[in-house]
Design a protein around this ligand. Structure first.
Ligand code: PLP
Length: 392
């Protein structure tokens, strides 16, 4: 036993993580309602959730889920290719395609599963995938899994992207996020679209942090910029602004048909419960409605207040930023200390470290919700100043 653990060096690896300030652990949570979380009698204001519109804990969500459960019960029992494709899934996919302005859409059990299924289904060893350096782990893993040649351009660097496009072999897929998850800034989608068109490449845009928040009816950044019709593959999650769980790929009918035949995370995974599909369809209607528009105005208003607050502390907001604000600290151990001090004063703001972000760029990641209030942002300002000063 001893010998075995030495060989695997689990203890050594854990010690190393601790020594580098990269140790992660799961913190228990008893209750999360709206923007407040509670554990063992303590309470925090939550600035760590991607529930941008505050829908996860809403009455509308409760009702949609209850209705779905009453109608459809629990799990789906099998993959959709085995057990049949339930009309609740078909209805959601039709609504998502209409929302994204594509011929079709396919839902998966998570956004991560969308990437892992989609990219290897379309790309192979002869092909080239060109990714923005800050692309989400799911996109990087999916690109690796495909066996295609992988090229990476520095974050939002159009000249380098163009150079990579000039020499790329086979079918070429450009991959980027629209609003970047850990930096909060926007991709120059109009320029990227122009480039991919010039070189006859395809473009996949991951709108995980923009859908629901930006664009007409919350359709995302590409729609806000009017280039959505030129995006070939629209990837999104149903776990963030949608307040529930799952992911989708919206594209042409042919691409979706190919995914149904080839996307392994779709084929070999049990279909998400029908009641989730039902609730997501209700929530999609809400997101597209006047009520959704009001929630978007609210979260963007609160985010503006938080941007101004950080600006008053000398921290510039990222270009195009919406509801994600990074506060770069640098050293991982210092970021952990600041985050922990904020927790002591009642604010839940996660510290993001390597390997999620580059070494030396550890940060606090503040995410805003339509449910945050102006006094909460003011209180956050005070707590941030204290936490940062304390370290200096
Ligand atoms: C969260 C996230 C995903 C994964 O979506 P899940 O539904 O949480 O699996 C994919 N891409 C980006 C950019 C994300 O932030």
């Amino acid at each position: 036993m001893q010998q075995r653990s030495d060989k695997w060096n689990i203890t050594g690896q854990l010690d190393e993580l601790r020594a580098q300030g990269l140790w992660r652990e799961l913190r228990p949570l008893d209750e999360a309602s709206g923007v407040t979380v509670r554990t063992a009698g303590q309470e925090w204001i939550n600035f760590s959730s991607n529930d941008y519109l505050g829908l996860a804990g809403s009455a509308e969500m409760q009702n949609a889920l209850a209705e779905g459960v009453a109608r459809y019960g629990g799990g789906s029992g099998a993959s959709r290719l085995v057990c049949g494709s339930h009309r609740a899934h078909a209805a959601l996919e039709e609504a998502l395609a209409d929302f994204k302005g594509t011929e079709a859409a396919l839902t998966f059990s998570s956004g991560f599963a969308v990437a892992l299924g989609t990219i290897p289904a379309l790309m192979g060893a002869e092909d080239t995938i060109i990714l923005d350096k800050l692309s989400h782990a799911s996109l990087v893993d999916a690109a690796r899994l495909s066996g295609a040649t992988i090229r990476v351009f520095p974050h939002n660097h159009l000249e380098k992207l163009e150079r990579l496009l000039q020499t790329a072999k086979g079918r070429v897929l450009v991959v980027t996020e629209s609003i970047f998850s850990m930096d909060g800034d926007a991709a120059p989608l109009e320029d990227i679209v122009a480039l991919k068109n010039k070189f006859g490449a395809w473009l996949l845009v991951d709108e995980a942090h923009a859908v629901g928040v930006l664009g007409p009816q919350g359709r995302g950044l590409a729609a806000a910029l009017g280039v959505d019709q030129q995006v070939d593959l629209h990837l999104g999650t149903l776990s963030k602004a949608f307040g529930l769980s799952g992911g989708y790929l919206a594209a042409s009918r042919q691409v979706i048909d190919l995914l149904i035949n080839r996307a392994r995370s779709f084929i070999y995974s049990t279909a998400p419960p029908f009641h989730l599909a039902h609730a997501l369809n209700v929530i999609l209607n809400l997101i597209r409605s006047e009520q959704g528009e009001a929630l978007r105005a609210q979260v963007l208003g609160i985010a503006k207040q938080a941007h101004d607050l950080l600006a008053s502390m000398g921290v510039a907001s990222p270009p195009g930023a919406a509801a994600i604000l990074p506060l770069i600290i640098g050293e991982a151990s210092r970021a952990v200390a600041v985050s922990s001090r904020l927790r002591d004063s009642g604010f839940l703001i996660p510290c993001i470290r390597y390997p999620t972000v580059a070494r030396g760029s550890a940060r606090l990641r503040i995410t805003l919700s339509a449910r945050h209030t102006a006094p909460q942002i003011q209180a956050l300002g005070q707590a941030l100043r204290e936490a940062l000063d304390f370290q200096d």
